[in-house]
Every structure is written in structure tokens, then in C-alpha cells.
Design a binder for this molecule. Structure first.
Ligand SMILES: [Zn+2]
Length: 277
């Protein structure tokens, strides 16, 4: 978006914000979508929606801040082992949903310590990615009231970092070296689907019925996280019995409303200043 367009947008939009999408998410097409998460399974909150959007003619990009390299109780796994395992699990999950693996970026930070990283550096990297990908919609952990109560530190951090980066990306004088030296342009993300919200903040239930089986297959790739593999990693080649156990376990995580498989979000449209409200 050209700078003049940004200022036009700034004049027009501040009075308006929307808590429902005018076009149902199930009918979105032609949009660029970016998800920012903390760990290489955080897209699981919205894998069905992301797979549906990619299939419906949108382009889905995934950015994960940490390698997930401490998320195990298995004493025999090293941090390097786990980072490699989780990278492969994430790529397999995305492939199962039809999301191109080259749309996946991992920033390489250590799991569990995101809060202690240099915030300006992390935000600058996210702003650069936003200005490169130029998403119409951001998927992120909800930085609203659900994050005000204590919550897993990396998720809490990722919610704020994503919102902070969305806000910074729109100002051409912030991280302006990316504009003057790298040829990027400021960018406003206009729509947000925020996941892991406080239950009473969820206002958008996306029907993922047609993608339930794919979602279960995708989630079943996270063998190191959502199975007995968390205590004793046995993947990725599981016995038939072990594979069934993983599949049964992740199937129980699918939410249903009125008999339909769904994923719940808080939808927001407007300037990023008010994302948290
Ligand atoms: Zn996580």
C-alpha cells in the first residue's frame, strides 16, 4: 500500500471497527493470510480453517517464533533432536492440509524463553515479514482479555509480539531502514482472526466439516507433542496400534457445535490499535 493510501485509510477507518466478517470466512477467496505463533504446533488451533482457506484460493503463510526445542518430558531427547523433530512434524502437518511447505518460516528462537528475547529485534523481524508477505488477514494468539490472566509465557508473548508488529508495520517511519534500504513498503493488516481467546470472546465459529479428516491427519503428525511420545518419543514411524492411539487422541480435540466440526475465533477488523479490545 502506498503511503498516500495509508493516510487515506487512516482517515477513513478509525471510526469503524467490525466484530463480524461481512463475508463468512468459509467464503473468503483471493486473500493473503499470515499466522504468527510461538511453537511448531500452534497452527493446530486453526488448521482446519487454514486448510480450507488455502483450498478456496487464498494463500496461507505460517510464521513460528520458536523451534519448540524444550517441549518434551523425554529425557533422551536433546534440544537439537527436538527442534529437528518438530520442524518435520510441522512440515508434515502443513502438507496434510495442502499448505505449501515453502510458506513456512521459523525464526529459530528457543522454546520457553520468548519473553526474554530482545523485543525490538523480534518485532523488527515480524514487521519485515509482514511488509514482505503483505497479508490481508492475521491469525494470532488473541492479545485480549484471555491473555491478561496468567497464560503460557510463549503464547502470551506471541500474542503481544504479533499485535505490536501488526501495528508497527503500518508506520513508514518505524523500522524505516526496511523501506529506505530494502525496498519494502509500510503495510496495514485490515482483518484479524484471533485464536485461543477467552471463551466468551469467541464470536466467529468457522465450519471446518469438510476438512475434519485432514485436520486429524495433520494433528496426528505432532507425535512428539500429543501422544505418549511426549514422555517417550517413538516417531515418526509408529506401529499401527500407536498410530491409531495418536489419531484417537487428537480426534477428541476437535470441537463440535450443532453437529458441525468448528474452530472458534475472535474476529476484528480495523486499525491494529484496537486489536486487544
Ligand atoms: Zn504453543
Amino acid at each position: 500500500m502506498k503511503t498516500s493510501m495509508i493516510f487515506l485509510f487512516l482517515f477513513l477507518i478509525p471510526c469503524f471497527s467490525f466484530s463480524q466478517s461481512e463475508v463468512p470466512v468459509e467464503e473468503w477467496t483471493g486473500k493473503t493470510i499470515l499466522l504468527i505463533g510461538a511453537h511448531p504446533d500452534d497452527d493446530a488451533y486453526s488448521l482446519g480453517t487454514l486448510g480450507m482457506l488455502q483450498a478456496n484460493g487464498n494463500e496461507v503463510y505460517i510464521a513460528i517464533l520458536t523451534t519448540g526445542n524444550v517441549g518434551t518430558q523425554d529425557p533422551d531427547l536433546s534440544m537439537v533432536d527436538l527442534a529437528n523433530i518438530r520442524k518435520k512434524e510441522e512440515q508434515a502437518a502443513l502438507a496434510a492440509m495442502g499448505i505449501p511447505v515453502d510458506h513456512y518460516t521459523n525464526f529459530g528462537y528457543d522454546d520457553g524463553l520468548l519473553e526474554y528475547e530482545n523485543k525490538k529485534e523480534v518485532v523488527a523481524k515480524l514487521v519485515r515479514l509482514i511488509r514482505q508477505v503483505r497479508p490481508d488477514v492475521l491469525f494470532a494468539f488473541d492479545p485480549g482479555k484471555g491473555a491478561q490472566r496468567w497464560h503460557k509465557a510463549d503464547h502470551r508473548s506471541a500474542s503481544y509480539l504479533a499485535a505490536d508488529a501488526a501495528r508497527a508495520a503500518m508506520w513508514p517511519l518505524l523500522f524505516q531502514g526496511q523501506i529506505t534500504m530494502e525496498g519494502l513498503e509500510a503495510h496495514i493488516i485490515e482483518e484479524y482472526l484471533l485464536f485461543d481467546s477467552a471463551e466468551d470472546d469467541i464470536d466467529t465459529w468457522v465450519d471446518i466439516s469438510a476438512f475434519t479428516e485432514k485436520k486429524i491427519t495433520a494433528m496426528s503428525q505432532y507425535v512428539s507433542q500429543w501422544s505418549s511420545g511426549w514422555y517417550k518419543y517413538k516417531g515418526p514411524d509408529l506401529s499401527e496400534e500407536e498410530a491409531k492411539e495418536v489419531r484417537d487422541r487428537v480426534s477428541k480435540r476437535i470441537r463440535y457445535r450443532d453437529g458441525k466440526a468448528v474452530e472458534g475465533f475472535r474476529y476484528y477488523k480495523g486499525l491494529p490499535d484496537n486489536i486487544g479490545r
